[in-house]
Design a protein around this ligand. Sequence first.
Ligand code: PLP
Length: 404
Amino acid sequence: MIPKSTVYNAPYPKSYGNEFTLFDHGKGCYIFDVEGKKYLDFGSGIAVNTLGYGREDLAKAAYDQMKKIIHTSNLYTSEATLLVADKLTSFGNFAAVHFGNSGTEANEAAIKFARLYAKRKKGDGHHKIIAFESAFHGRTMGALSCTYNPHYREDCGPLIPGVEFLPYNDVETLKKTVDGTYAAIIVEVIQGEGGLKCMTKEFAKALNEVCAQQDVILIADEVQTGLTRTGYPFACGLVDLNPDIITLAKPLAGGLPLSATLIPMKINDILQPGDHGSTFGGNPVACAVANQMLETLFFPPFIFEVQTKGEYLKKKIEELKAQFDCIGETRGAGMLRGFEVNTPSGYEGDLSKDLIAACKENGLLILRSGTNVIRLAPPLVITEKELDEGFDIIAKTLKNKLNK
Ligand code: PLP
């Protein structure tokens, strides 16, 4: 029997809800459910499928590698893994890459490396970490301790000690707070899950300065923003942030699980065998696909194309805002952008939530960020025509919801 496209009460934890759309396959920027309904994807599987669906080049890279070797463990290595490490360390002052399998693991590794550095360089009592209000860094205990939303954290305590939250983009508070007793500051250039607020250049400058002065490890969480999503190989380039560590994941292996924690020489120098590890990290198949991804994502004309498309996306959002009073602030950069949706008085329910559900009904997948921000993170290979198509659906759906 062919399954219906909506599945209820699947044997998954209730933390995922109880209703799932059963997808079957994708092609380019479209994804199809098992009943053949077609959706234009402005979410890319939460900023993962950046080169779109159904790619023969990625499938071939995975297939060829699977025939050669699927897993080596990190007692040994593979050519595919080495190649990715070479490509990633060729940017900036990175000496080494720790591979993991998810964004939260990449941040977990970053936190551990920063604490190991602080302990071995500065001694006991230098373990504190600064994170920021609205930040999202993951759901394992270390990364969760640096994630702001109380809903994710509250009942999981006690969390790891020594994490303090400061207001984002507040230069004065940052400068007043940071001293040499801190091990690390972890920060996003665009708060992907926290409402798409962008780091200011002044804040980036202050972060660079205080971290360099106090020998505090600056960790840029680029799990969502990295690898050309914002029109820069790393979003740090948007605001001239100079992190010691960059964490990457989502698009790195085009949808296969792979994350990377890029570390500088000064951290690599203090590491000892056994300090950290991962059974699957740097998996050869994921890395073979990542090599293929990076060939495109780091290709200068492609990066330029993403910048141009990002400007088009911005224009489309501004046009939409001009049509609807309920649209508030517009946020983001490059191909990670969004807009606030304010629920008008008299409207029953939450308009931003309803808009996401109704757009899906109408064949468009969009995301939420924070409480009322619609997040658009389409595949970077999307065309202007496809962007127009998606915005037509958003406008029609909003009109319908507002009875305009
Ligand atoms: N950091 C950021 C900025 C993220 O957006 C996410 C996921 O959305 C994570 C970390 C956690 O990544 P993962 O879900 O792969 O563990």
